[in-house]
Design a protein around this ligand. Structure first.
Ligand SMILES: CC(C)(COP(=O)(O)OP(=O)(O)OC[C@H]1O[C@@H](n2cnc3c(N)ncnc32)[C@H](O)[C@@H]1OP(=O)(O)O)[C@@H](O)C(=O)NCCC(=O)NCCS
Length: 197
């Protein structure tokens, strides 16, 4: 299901001459082809990124996220060039972000988790991280079932950290006991209704 179209301006640091249109599509658990493409893209996006700042999610975790949530894929010329994963429920006990900021059980049930975003190296610089994050947050607002969206980010992942800040997340703490003990900021977005709804 196509959620929106976006115009790409850059490909491998070159300006795209004509207006190149990509789509943002919803990915659900039944779409195994898209989930496999996402797993493949996850490997590609991590190639030039140091392992301390970005940790790919193993297949069984990606499966868990989609069984209890959904994702968005950005497609250009029938190829996935960006993704985001959103887990709605059944937070993993160790990676229970809302619990880590001392949310009570009621608020934990109202919290969805942003479980990772990536953009193919050839298409970076098109603000796709922010577009994917903001589109995911808009879908959650429309569902009216969630009040919060949380994620983690490495303090050294400058581009992602800035983009998470741009999307309105605030930093509520730090952890260094998961993700191979590399430090992570705990970020929270409050999903209040926007004016145009
Ligand atoms: C983080 C990430 C999703 C951002 O991609 P993006 O949305 O295309 O980034 P932006 O459009 O905001 O890029 C802003 C600028 O930073 C540059 N940039 C983006 N990612 C970069 C990277 N990994 N390394 C160096 N520069 C990068 C862009 O080229 C752009 O430069 P410009 O202003 O000169 O045009 C992408 O770098 C990525 O997939 N990284 C690996 C996975 C990761 O870290 N995910 C986030 C943690 S969950």
């Amino acid at each position: 299901m196509v959620i929106k179209t976006v115009i790409l301006r850059k490909e491998e640091n070159a300006e795209l001459e004509n207006q190149a249109s990509a789509t943002i599509d919803l990915i659900t658990y039944d779409n195994k082809k898209a989930i496999n493409e996402l797993l493949h893209l996850q490997d590609i996006v991590s190639v030039d990124v140091e392992e301390n700042i970005f940790h790919t999610s193993p297949k069984e975790f990606v499966d868990l996220y989609f069984r209890n949530g959904w994702g968005l894929g950005c497609y250009y010329q029938n190829r996935m060039i960006g993704y985001i994963m959103i887990q709605l429920t059944n937070h993993h006990e160790i990676e229970n972000y809302p619990k880590l900021i001392n949310f009570d059980s009621e608020k934990i049930a109202e919290t969805a988790c942003h479980r990772g975003v990536g953009v193919h190296p050839d298409y970076r610089g098109n603000h796709l991280q922010v577009i994917l994050q903001d589109t995911a947050a808009d879908l959650l607002r429309k569902s009216e079932s969630y009040k919060y969206l949380m994620c983690t980010v490495s303090p050294e992942n400058t581009v992602s950290r800035n983009n998470i800040f741009t999307s309105g997340y605030v930093c509520l703490g730090h952890i260094d006991h998961i993700y191979r003990n590399y430090p992570r900021d705990l970020r929270l977005l409050t999903l209040s209704a926007t004016d145009d709804e």
